[in-house]
Design a protein around this ligand. Structure first.
Ligand code: ATP
Ligand code: MG
Length: 252
């Protein structure tokens, strides 16, 4: 029924892979019990691809995204990001790779309060050696690219949920990262704002962005090029399952 995406752990990184993960494991120890969340997971994401990851609550989606985002190390396995093998990098190197290669979008937006949209978007640039003037120019350009050119001075309390998420997306884009990582980006939005954010993701995808998106919304997942289900600590191709669900819906 389910075809696994397993490859052998000795496989070379495909030349167009921006994420290449093999045999990844991650467990959490709680007193006497060990929770094996990721159990030898493989994942290859090609440059420009949009991948959606679905899975039950507690299946390990955020755990996987934190590893993809270099926020948490795996217990074992290989993770090559944008051509760099992440094993053996020290904290400074991990931070540098994270800032250069990754943009994050969260369910709760995670914007700084009492801080203008423009300054929120510019924060990831504080780690790079660019002038305040260029930071501002890039921030305004990123806000314009998400349709918020007229909201640059607004702080989060003056923005709608959909607008806050667009600010967060601009912030994720401002460093021109190789990969956008999104954890339930429409999870806190009403239907209309969610649709707005999805159409923005469509635009980003068309402009060639690589996107890895976690969602529990099957409609949202369907918009991606490829759908994977995290279950029992590994990823399965969820395309057939989603197609079957869609045709069952069409018949009802
Ligand atoms: N730091 C931690 N210490 C101990 N257990 C953890 C830790 N982080 C996550 N877990 C456990 O690992 C499992 C996977 O958690 P994770 O947050 O990755 O799930 P998820 O798929 O993102 O769920 P949801 O859809 O509810 O967000 C859960 O059972 C969780 O309780
Ligand atoms: Mg989660």
């Amino acid at each position: 029924m389910h075809s696994t995406t397993h490859t052998t752990s000795t496989s070379a990184t495909p030349h167009d892979a921006v994420i290449h993960i093999t045999a990844l494991t991650k467990s959490f120890v709680n007193g006497p019990s060990t929770l094996r969340v990721l159990r030898g997971l493989d994942l290859t994401v090609r440059r420009g691809e949009w991948v959606a990851i679905i899975g039950a609550s507690g299946s390990g989606k955020s755990t996987l995204l934190n590893i993809l985002g270099l926020l948490n190390p795996p217990d074992s396995g290989r993770y090559v990001l944008d051509g760099v093998d992440t094993a053996g990098l020290d904290d400074d190197q991990l931070t540098a790779l994270r800032n250069a290669s990754l943009g994050f979008i969260f369910q709760r937006f995670n914007l700084l309060g009492r801080t203008s949209a423009a300054d929120n978007v510019a924060t990831p640039l504080l780690y790079s050696r660019i002038s305040a003037r260029e930071r501002e120019q890039r921030s305004l350009a990123a806000l314009a690219s998400v349709g918020l050119a007229d909201r640059t001075d607004h702080d989060p309390s003056m923005l709608s949920g959909g607008q806050m998420q667009r600010v967060a997306i601009a912030r994720a884009l401002v460093t021109e990262p190789a990969v956008l990582l999104a954890d339930e980006p429409t999870g806190n939005l009403d239907e209309a704002s969610g649709a707005e954010i999805m159409s923005l993701f469509h635009d980003l995808h068309e402009r060639g962005r690589t996107i890895v998106m976690i969602t529990h919304d099957l409609e949202v997942a369907r918009a991606a090029d490829r759908q994977l289900r995290l279950r029992d600590g590994v990823l399965y191709d969820a395309g057939p399952e989603l197609a079957a669900a869609a045709s069952a819906l069409a018949r009802s």
